[in-house]
Structure formats: structure tokens, C-alpha cells
Design a protein around this ligand. Sequence first.
Ligand SMILES: Cc1cc2nc3c(=O)[nH]c(=O)nc-3n(C[C@H](O)[C@H](O)[C@H](O)COP(=O)(O)OP(=O)(O)OC[C@H]3O[C@@H](n4cnc5c(N)ncnc54)[C@H](O)[C@@H]3O)c2cc1C
Length: 784
Amino acid sequence: MPVHPALWACLAVVLAVGALFTLPPLRRAILTRGIFAAYRKVLPQMSDTERDALEAGTVWWEGELFRGKPDWQKLHAYPVPKLTAEEQAFLDNECEEACRLVDDWQVTHELYDLPANAWRYIKERGFLGMIIPKKYGGLEFSAYAHSQVVTKLSTRSSALSVSVMVPNSLGPAELLLHYGTEEQKNHYLPRLAKGIEIPAFALTSPWAGSDAASIPDAGVVCKGVYQGKEVLGMRVSFDKRYITLAPLCTVFGLAFHLYDPEGLLGDKKHIGITCALVPYDHPGVDTGRRHFPLNAMFMNGPVRGTEVFMPLDFIIGGPAMAGQGWRMLMECLAAGRSISLPSSNTGMAQMTARAVGGYARVRSQFNMAVGKFEGVEEALTRIGAYTYLMDAVRKMTAGAVDLGEKPSVVSAIAKYHVTERARQVVNDGMDVIGGKGICLGPSNFLGRAYQQVPVAITVEGANILTRSLIIFGQGAIRCHPYLLPEMRAAQNPDARQGLIDFDRALFGHIGFTISNAWRAFRQGITGSHFVSVNTDVAPEMRRYYQQLTRFSAAFAFLSDVSLLVLGGSVKRREKLSARLGDILAQMYLISCTLKRYEAEGRQQADAPLAHWAIWDAMYKAQQAFDGVLANFPVRFIAALVKRVIFPWGHPYVVPSDAFGHQVAKSLLSPSATRDRLTAECFVPLHEEEPVGAIELALQATLAAEPIEAKIRAAEKAGRFANNPRANVRDIAQVAAELGVITAAEFEIMQRRTHLRDIVVRVDDFPFDFGVATANKPAPDRMAA
Ligand SMILES: Cc1cc2nc3c(=O)[nH]c(=O)nc-3n(C[C@H](O)[C@H](O)[C@H](O)COP(=O)(O)OP(=O)(O)OC[C@H]3O[C@@H](n4cnc5c(N)ncnc54)[C@H](O)[C@@H]3O)c2cc1C
């Protein structure tokens, strides 16, 4: 039987394509050479600082999410971080005591600083040297323990937590540990560990905030006199601002561009960004003045100097490390960023969840606890579920650091998303407590957090920049299995080898994209019901693993299409790349939450918190997909991709109100769930302490509720009609007098009323706040 010519043609095409794929030399000659040449032309030139920033750190779990096929076994095999007995004791004793020594109102309104005994205590007990090894006298805590400490201190006072956090984050100790000379380490580390030296790190300048590599601060290599001898050194001029701990630091890390116009160190004229360690009292150095960052009383201020001569030995790592400063900073950034703000902001959320939840049960309006109104419930739901998720993220991310990772992308995700959720949690808390949050004073437990939330948003990579430029920008290049190899191949000066490597990466890339497109479509069309989850997981969470696998494939496919269509311009299309980053980030947050649920032994009572948080994050990821597709510049491609990844439309709607109700309910009374959710919260059980008073009032309110129900029933039956004393506050008194409740029940009601009075109280002050009473007459009320 004769074969149809069309069949011959098809066969020829299949053979030709097969030959191209299986015979690399042929493929390279016919296809790849042209693409390679074009790619080399369009690939944007990268500066050294951009390259250092992009290539810094390691790729961890986010790499799995980026590749479209997460290995769930791997997620659950990551060890759950645990405290040693010594670390646990430190948390139970030293941290509790440090919290006890600090009264936030006194700090923020009266002292404008931590009290002297608190400073003494945190220095002596090694709080400032948690990352310093024991051989130098430090505590040598794990990243997880460090995170636990910061979380706990943050539930008490931001000044306390920031003063502890900064010396343990990116700064002199961290840099010395990695790059210091033996002499520098032996001199500084024992002194930093015991708080004899207080460190700061000065990078930011008025002209260079987010774009820190462009600092104008500069030093010139020259000879000069130091300690009576002529030595080779640098004459450095600098003007830094926003430097935390600068007003009281004894030594600060200083970043500046170093130049060598006379060739005293070699033939490089611009040596590059250099980090030096400078004593605060070094001649010409000006520290001590202070900024006033939103009533947060951690020390923060400028550091200045003009033509300050310093020997080359001041350079961290000595002269050999001149010009390596940017690489050093980028390499060390991830560890601190993984811990500091995720922990401090989770602490703030834990405190909000505990205190606002309690307040919402104690505070009653329309004869009902305000927390039981559906409107308030919505806010409480976000507070509870976000706190659960934030805690999961900070623990898993600190755990990564303990595994030796320097997770640059994950640390950016954790920093951005935990601080943004903290902003939401604190805002919701403020709404729930109403005027109580607005009037500052010793009884206000949330107003300062509300004021200070923007600090976390701005520092360690301002949030808009982190979302728009870093999470996907760096994530795509670091996590994608083929993008970086393609870029490296294109930049290879040996063009022949470059072509071979490029060809290998390119065809791997094509196969990767096709397989992700097919997987996304297959999983979309079957609603991901047949996705296998390769490890034992809680049955009630299984669907999320399946859906997340599907989203991961869809994300990998959409990323590749975006990179193909937008190429290098993806960096400038920040709205699109931010949304792509949002998808990656939400998937990371969900992974952490699933990990937490397993790690804590699948606590059924906590399941609503996990469900709501995951559902919300899934929904947000879906919205981010929509945002990319709706604004994709090539419309027919967007339409095609949408058909592939959402063949039946959207799988997610908003999280359910039923779960939301369970979440809100868990904040309104004491329970194991509430304790797990707020495990690090410092709760001083005294009536004079605002958070402690709420805790006591909550217990008293619960004890009083059945008695109150009895009183209300009597009221409904008309027992108190026309008795003006039977008002909302004093009705129990009348009920006792009429025998509606017993004397013992009246006692319980009395205690509830006493504590509720304390909880709802706000502070008042003299009309001039006591500042100018002596010279200013009281206002004439009749004058207006
Ligand atoms: C209280 C406080 C403490 C600090 N502590 C220290 C310290 O100890 N040491 C230190 O060196 N520095 C410190 N900083 C500096 C801090 O880490 C930030 O780097 C700095 O505040 C950001 O610069 P900027 O405020 O001038 O904002 P700008 O850089 O002016 O940014 C303004 C806005 O533009 C956005 N933006 C900028 N570039 C982009 C972009 N490419 N894409 C999208 N958005 C962009 C930012 O996200 C921000 O929203 C501190 C800052 C504060 C406020």
C-alpha cells in the first residue's frame, strides 16, 4: 500500500527534530550558534556589585518551589529546630528577667532609652554575643535560639529587642567571624561578647539608601601618622545616617569606596567597597547625635567624619580584604535577615494575638464581648491565622540558617511577608481595641507597636524594593535550574566552551519549560486530585500539598514564559516581577505552615489556624497569577497561558468564614492552642501590667460569664425594672441585693468588674502633660 506523502513529511520533521535534540554538534551548528550570538548581545552587562548581590547566598526550599515539582519528603526531612537545655534555660530565666527589667512606657516616654540596669543586664548575660562562639566568650547559640530570644524580647519592648538584635545581625561580629584576621577576632570578639564593646554598622548615607552600593563615602590610600608612627592607611570621608546603636557604640563597621590613585597597594585605582572597623573615639570621628524614629527608643543616629586617617589594619580582614566589602556584606546578609525582623515582628504579632484576643473577650458592648461580633471576628481571624503563619515562617527560616544555608531569597521573602503581615496584625489589633489603642500612656499595650511598624518595613531592604526587585529578580536567577548557567555561558570569554555550555543549558531549559507546561495543564484539568504526595502527611492537609504542587508547576511555566517574552526588561517591569515574586513567596509561606502543622504533631485544635492561613495564601497566590496574566504585554500569550494553568477557572475563593470563626474563637479564651500560638509572649501576671491585667481579666470574665447570664435572664424577666442602679456596670450589685445571685457569685462578679475597669481604662495627663505647668496658665475655657 503506498504511503501518503504527508506521512513522509511528518516523519521527516520528527527525524529532523529528533536529530537536533540528540546530536548536540549538529544542533549547535544549525540552531544554537545564532541564538547564542543574539543572547550575548541582549544580555545586560552586570556590574560587580550586581553580580555579588545576585550570586550571594544559597538556594534552599525555594529552589524546589521554583522548579515545578516540590519534593515534599525533602520538606519534612528538614530537622525541626530545637533548643538545647542551656538555650531553653536562657529563655526561661535571662529573657524573662530582661523583660521584667523593662517597662515600655518608661523607655519610650520617660527615659528615651533602656534603663541602666537593663543595659547592664543584657551586656553581662551575653545577649549581645549570641552569635559569638564560646571560645571567644560568646553564647554560641543556634540561629533558632537567637530567633526565640528576639521573638520573646519583642513581645515586651522594641527598644529591648532591637538593642539585642542588631549586634547579633549583620555587623562587626558577623563580619569578623567570617573575614576578620586572627588578631582582630582575638581583640574584638571577647569584648563584643561581654558588651564591653557596643557595635554598630554604618552603610547607609543620605545619598544612598536602597542603592547602597552607590555610597559617596570614600577613602584614599595614603601615608599618615597613627599612634606616633608613619603607616600606610586611608583618609576617609563619610556621612552616614540611620545607624542603629551609633549614638552609644564603641566601635562601628564603616563601608566606603576605597581609591588608590598613587598605586600604593597595586595597580587598581578604584579598589571597591571596603569595610573597616573604627573605634568611636578615633580622632575625627563624630558620633553621639540621635534620630527619633517614630518613638522607638533604640539608639539610632548619624556617624560622620571628614578626612579621617585610619591605618589599613582597620579594614576587616586586613589589607587583603580591601575592595571585598560588598561581597562580604551580601554573603552575610541572609543570616541576619532570616532572623532579626521575622522574629521581632512575630513577637509583636504574638503579643497582639494574646492581648487583643483577651481584650476582645473582656470588653463588652451591647451586652456582648466585642470579640463575638462577626465584624470584629474578621479582624481577630487575620490576627490569629497570620500569627500562626508568621511563626511558622520565622522558625523554618531560622532552621535553614542552622542547616548552614545562607538563604538569600528565602530571607527576603521572610523579611517582606512577615513584616507586612505584622503591619496587618497590628492594624487589626488597633481596630479591635478602639480608643484604648489610640490614647498613649502606661496602660496602652499596642500604640507603640502601631507607631513603630514602619521601621521594620523600611530597614534591612525597604519592602517595596524587596518585593519588586529582589524576591523574583534574585529568585529567578538563583533558583532557576538553567538561567544562571545560560548567563554564565554567554559571559564566558572562551566563546567555544561558552557555546557548548549554552547549548546544554538551553535545551535543558526548553525541556524544563515544556514539562512544566504539560504538568501544569494536566494537574489543572484534573483539579490536581491525582497529584501524588510523596510522603506521609496529615490527611486534612493533603489537598494543599496537591494544590501547591500544581501551583508550583504553573509558576515555573509562567516564569519561563515571562522571562522569554520580557527578557532582561523583566527587571524594569517591577509590577510583573513583584507579582511573580508574590507567587513564589506565598508558596514558601504555605510550605512553612504545612511544616509547622506536621512538626507540632498535627494538632487538630490548631487546624483552623493552619487552614485559614494556607487558604488565604493560596488565594493571594492565585490573585498574583491573575495580576501577571491581566497585565502581560503580549495578550495572546497571556490567554494561552491562562488556558494552560487555569483550564476550568479559579480553584480558590476567599477563606471560609467557618474556619475564620474557629480561629477567632481560639483567641477569646485560654487554651492549649492559644498558648502554642503565643508561646514566646512575656505575660507578667500583675494588675499593673497592661498585658498581665488583660490575662487576669480574661480569667475573671470567663468565671463571671455564667453568673452574668443569670443576671441578664433576671433583667429580661423584669426583676430590675426602674432601678437606676441596675446599669451596665453595677447590675451585679443590684442582683446580689435582690438575691438573684449568691454572695460568692457576687464576689466573682466584683473581681471581674474590678479587672475590667483596669483593662478598659486609658491614661490621662495634666493639660500640658506636666511640661510647662510652672509658666503657663490653664486655658480659659470661656474664652472661645
Ligand atoms: C530606624 C532605621 C534603622 C536603620 N539602621 C541602619 C543601620 O544600622 N545601618 C545602616 O547602614 N542602615 C540602616 N538603616 C537604613 C535602612 O536599612 C535602609 O537601607 C534605608 O532606610 C533605605 O533607604 P531610604 O530610607 O533612604 O529609602 P530610599 O532608598 O530613598 O527608598 C525610598 C522608597 O523607594 C523604594 N525603592 C528604592 N529603590 C527601588 C527600586 N529599585 N525598586 C522599587 N522600589 C525602590 C524603597 O523601597 C522605598 O520605599 C536604618 C534605617 C532606619 C529608618
